[in-house]
Design a protein around this ligand. Sequence first.
Ligand code: COA
Length: 180
Amino acid sequence: MTLVEISFEPPGAAADAGFLAQATDLVNRVYADAEKGIWHEGAERTSPEELAGIVRAGELATARLGGQLVGAVRVRRLASGEGEFGMLVASPDHRGTGLGRRLVEFAEGWALDRGLATMQLELLVPREWTHPVKQFLHEWYTRIGYRPVRGGSLADDYPALAPLLATPCDFVIYHKPLSR
Ligand SMILES: CC(C)(COP(=O)(O)OP(=O)(O)OC[C@H]1O[C@@H](n2cnc3c(N)ncnc32)[C@H](O)[C@@H]1OP(=O)(O)O)[C@@H](O)C(=O)NCCC(=O)NCCS
């Protein structure tokens, strides 16, 4: 059986245009579906340029199955001291196989190895309606130990994104205390 392998991309991968195109396509395809109704048509989650910066910083972990890119997550230490994961994606062809859980465990393991006490994630949610994907994520993150700690208005805190929003949105920060 072929197993999923998760590891950080080496910084040199930032110069690999083919890889950046593939990873950008995966992230944008997954988010276009997962955040349907939230953004105006044509707004994209990321770009090869943004991903190159994340790879160069050593923050992009990818999941490969038989060499094929099937998932990704950005993992970093925040200036405030928490570990954080974001841009979590699993290829639609490999959903429900434990890939998302393994990517989150990878991020938490990385933070634990660095002695970080808390893991953080940020969820974007429409203010006036329940988005089914966001509801699923809230329930899943709650099951695996994350709790909302604070929130804010996307337009107020990320003004550059405000014109791209199709509906008013808030973001909610979740924390999980880490322990082995
Ligand atoms: C979030 C995401 C990465 C999870 O990927 P995945 O490979 O399906 O993850 P898993 O197989 O580990 O499943 C995650 C949980 O969902 C549950 N689940 C998966 N598919 C399900 C289904 N069809 N029905 C009900 N529950 C399901 C699993 O049981 C698991 O819960 P558990 O850990 O309590 O057992 C994936 O759904 C995704 O790419 N979503 C879109 C992008 C996104 O919104 N990212 C998060 C931004 S904050």
